[in-house]
Design a protein around this ligand. Structure first.
Ligand SMILES: C[S@@+](CC[C@H](N)C(=O)[O-])C[C@H]1O[C@@H](n2cnc3c(N)ncnc32)[C@H](O)[C@@H]1O
Length: 277
């Protein structure tokens, strides 16, 4: 299989230097200190809607409370899709989903949302109904970030709700019933003990018998050679295709890659000879 899917040979990648979220040079940082927990307010400008999305980060609280590099890639692609749909790599997927969706409003689920920036940007740029999810302890920060952007969401016809979703656990019936068109995620492949639970959750949504046309778009920055194990497992269940590759940042050989996962097409029976004797 193509090295695009596995990310190629990365013996010389330093997990230590790449596990940390990159410094976001295009984001204004304002440090606040509240209840002894340092928080940072990020203002991420989205040119296509001429608005700043505001996100609270709590770096001292762990990796769920920081913006990761692949999230920025997905946000930039969503923004570019709105202003330059003709050349944007997400357009064929989003156009096809809109054509087959029963509603003009796309229904999107984000998993492992972290700060929620990707889901909030998707709702604002696509005018979509988005559910952002993460582990239970992340929910209150997600909710705060949604509320901070309520005006921009309303002005752009977007709507965001928040729910807990733990990979590998039974999916809440309310989430299943929402019949999503699209699942989004960024930087969710990093610890190998999470590969199977993540795949289990994707299986539940993409192959669970709900919407067979549901698609999963995942932005990923490869840090370890072992990441290829996740892709090997995923390819047994899904069609996995590369939609976009960011150029590597200075000093690195690897940039963020955006993948599209979908249910495998069932093989059509050979026409003609077998039935005709
Ligand atoms: C590396 S962070 C990426 C966060 C965000 N997507 C971003 O790109 O900025 C991985 C996210 O996955 C979430 N996560 C980890 N294990 C999870 C699990 N078992 N179920 C649900 N979410 C999980 C973490 O809480 C965290 O928010």
């Amino acid at each position: 299989m193509s090295s695009d899917l596995d990310g190629g040979d990365d013996d010389d990648i330093s997990p230590i230097s790449l596990i940390l979220p990159l410094e976001e040079t295009d984001i204004n940082k304002l440090s606040l200190r509240r209840n002894a927990v340092a928080s940072e307010l990020l203002h991420h400008f989205i040119p296509s809607i001429n608005s700043n999305l505001s996100i609270r980060q709590l770096p001292s609280q762990g990796l769920s409370f920081q913006l990761w590099p692949a999230a920025t890639t997905l946000v930039n692609l969503l923004d570019d899709h709105r202003s330059h749909p003709q050349t944007n790599p997400l357009t064929p997927t989003l156009t096809a989903l809109r054509q087959i969706s029963e509603s003009p409003t796309l229904k999107i689920l984000e998993i492992g949302s972290g700060t929620g920036l990707v889901g909030i940007a998707a709702a604002a740029t696509l005018g979509a109904k988005v559910t952002i999810t993460d582990l239970s302890h992340v929910i209150s920060n997600l909710q705060l970030n949604v509320e901070a952007n309520a005006g921009i969401l309303a002005a752009n016809g977007g709507c965001v709700q928040v729910a807990p979703l733990h990979w590998g656990e039974a999916i809440d019936a309310e989430l299943i019933e929402q019949d999503f068109d699209l699942i989004l995620a960024s930087d969710v492949v990093y610890h190998d003990h999470l590969y199977d639970p993540l795949i289990q959750t994707l299986k539940g949504f993409l192959l669970g018998g709900g919407n067979p046309k549901m698609v999963f778009l995942m932005a990923h920055l490869r840090r370890w050679k072992k990441d290829s194990t996740f892709f090997r497992k995923a390819r047994k269940l899904f069609e996995v295709e590369v939609l976009h590759k960011d150029p590597p940042p200075p000093g690195s050989r690897i940039g963020v890659v955006v993948y599209r996962f979908a249910a495998k097409q069932s093989k059509k029976p050979a026409t003609g000879s077998a039935n005709q004797g």
